[in-house]
Design a protein around this ligand. Structure first.
Ligand SMILES: [Zn+2]
Length: 415
C-alpha cells in the first residue's frame, strides 16, 4: 500500500517560483490538448483516442519529462472512464472534461525520480534543467507530484508494508461524532472515547476570524492594495488552521487504531452517520454539522486499519444512538448522558451507548457496557511549519489518557 507525505516548500526565489509555475502551466496545456482531441472525436463520432494515440499526439511538444506528460494523459483517461461509468449509471449533469485549465499538478513516475545525498531531483526532459529540492527523507521516494495549495507543495508517495491479517475473533464498533470524534467499544468489555473538541474549537475560531476579515474586505475596492493584504491574511490563517485540523484528525484516528491493536481486534464496524446532517436544526447547529468532516474520519480510519491488518466494515448507524441497549426503548437523549426511563440503564455515556448498539446491528450479538472507558484527546506535538506529514502520523507519541469507571463521565478536556 502507498501513503502520501506532504512537504510544503518554503519561500522560493522568484526565478525558481516562475519555473515551478511554468511547469504547471505546461502540464495544463497537455490536459487542454487531450480535452480538445477528445471533444473532436465525440463531435465527429470517430473512435475515442486511447493512451497510445494521445501519447503520439503529445510527443515532443511540451517542455516536460515524457513520463510527466504520460501521467497527465493517464489522469485524463481515468477521468473519462469514471465520467462514462457515471453517465451510464444515469447520474445527471456529468460532463466530459471541457474546461480550459491554466494550471495542472505536475507528476513524476517513481522511475524518473532521483534521491541522492539529501537532494530530490525531478527531471524536466532532455536538454532542460531539472528541478531539485533539498529534502531530508528517511524512505525511498515513489511517485512525486508538484501541487499548488495556496503555496507549492511536494507530495511524495511512500510504500508501506501491511501487517498480517488478524484472526482473533475480537470485534469493535465505532460511533463517529462531532464532540467525540469516535466512541469505541469492543466485545471484550473495553471502551475508548476520543475527544473532538479541539477540532471543533479550531473550526469555530476560523469562522470568527474569517467573518472579521471578510467584513473588512467588503469595504475595500476589489484587488486594491488593502484588499490584497487582507486576502493574504485570510489565506495564511486558513492554511495554518487546516493544517492544525488535519494533524488533530491524524492523531485522533491513530489513537483509535492503536486502541484496537492493543486489544487484539480483528474486525471493526464504523457507523456512517450520513443523514444526520440533512435535518434543519437552525443556523448555528447547521453550520457545525456542515463543517463536521466525518467522511475524512472514515477515510483516515479505513486506511490506518488496513495498514494494521484489521478488517473494516462500514454501514448505516440509523437509530443506534436513540435506542436503549437493554430494553430497546427509544428516545432521543439530551446532553452527554443516556438515561432510560423504562429500565435501570441510567447515567451511561451517550456515544458509548450508540457504539454498543452497533454490535447488535453489525455482528448480531449483544455486548455488555464496558467496564473501563479510556478518554483520549489528540494533541499536536511539536511545530511542523514546513514539514507536514499527512497520513503518516502513526509514530507520534500519545498524550493524555484517563481511565474512568462507570458513571463518572464529567471529565471533558477543556480547550
Ligand atoms: Zn431501557
Amino acid at each position: 500500500m502507498q501513503t502520501t507525505k506532504i512537504y510544503r516548500l518554503p519561500y522560493q526565489k522568484p526565478e525558481v517560483f516562475e519555473r515551478l509555475k511554468a511547469a504547471q502551466m505546461e502540464a495544463a496545456k497537455v490536459w487542454n490538448e487531450c480535452t480538445q482531441a477528445h471533444r473532436k472525436c465525440r463531435i465527429n463520432q470517430t473512435p475515442w483516442l486511447n493512451q497510445t494515440a494521445l501519447q503520439k499526439l503529445t510527443k515532443g511538444k511540451y517542455q516536460l519529462h515524457s513520463q510527466s506528460v504520460q501521467m497527465v494523459i493517464q489522469a485524463f483517461l481515468a477521468n473519462i472512464d469514471s465520467t462514462r461509468a457515471n453517465r451510464k449509471a444515469l447520474i445527471k449533469n456529468m460532463k466530459y472534461p471541457w474546461r480550459t485549465k491554466r494550471f495542472y499538478p505536475v507528476a513524476w513516475a517513481a522511475q524518473s525520480v532521483k534521491y541522492e545525498l539529501g537532494i530530490l531531483t525531478l527531471p524536466m526532459g532532455r536538454g532542460r534543467k531539472s528541478l531539485s529540492f533539498k529534502l531530508d527523507l528517511d524512505f525511498l521516494p515513489g511517485a512525486v507530484s508538484l501541487v499548488w495549495n495556496r503555496g507549492f507543495e511536494i507530495h511524495i508517495k511512500q510504500e508501506v508494508q501491511l501487517e498480517k491479517k488478524k484472526t482473533t475473533g475480537n470485534k469493535a464498533t465505532i460511533d463517529l461524532g462531532e464532540i467525540h470524534i469516535s466512541a469505541v467499544t469492543t466485545n471484550t468489555g473495553q471502551g475508548l472515547i476520543v475527544s473532538g473538541r479541539g477540532i471543533r474549537s479550531l473550526k469555530r475560531q476560523r469562522n470568527i476570524a474569517l467573518a472579521k476579515l471578510q467584513g473588512k474586505q467588503s469595504r475595500c475596492t476589489k484587488y486594491s492594495k488593502r484588499w490584497k493584504k487582507l486576502q493574504k491574511a485570510k489565506n495564511k490563517f486558513c492554511l495554518r488552521n487546516s493544517r492544525q485540523i488535519r494533524e488533530y484528525r491524524h492523531q485522533a484516528t491513530r489513537q483509535v487504531v492503536e486502541f484496537c491493536r492493543t486489544h487484539d481486534v480483528d474486525t471493526v464496524f464504523i457507523g456512517n452517520p450520513d443523514g444526520v446532517r440533512k435535518k434543519n436544526c437552525g443556523r448555528c447547529h447547521n453550520q457545525r454539522m456542515a463543517q463536521w468532516e466525518y467522511g475524512k474520519d472514515i477515510d483516515y480510519l479505513t486506511y490506518k486499519f488496513k495498514m494494521a491488518g484489521i478488517s473494516v466494515l462500514i454501514g448505516n448507524e440509523r437509530g443506534t444512538s436513540s435506542t436503549c441497549p437493554e430494553c430497546g426503548h427509544r428516545h432521543k437523549p439530551k446532553g452527554r448522558t443516556w438515561n432510560c426511563p423504562k429500565c435501570s440503564y441510567k447515567k451511561k455515556h451517550r456515544d458509548i451507548t450508540g457504539s454498543l448498539n452497533m454490535h447488535n446491528l453489525a455482528f448480531g450479538e449483544k455486548t455488555k457496557y464496558p467496564e473501563t472507558i479510556k478518554y483520549l484527546r489528540p494533541v499536536i506535538t511539536g511545530s511542523s511549519r514546513w514539514l507536514d506529514t499527512a497520513q503518516s502520523s502513526l509514530t507520534l507519541t500519545n498524550t493524555t489518557s484517563t481511565s474512568v469507571r462507570g458513571k463518572s463521565f464529567d471529565f471533558c478536556p477543556k480547550y
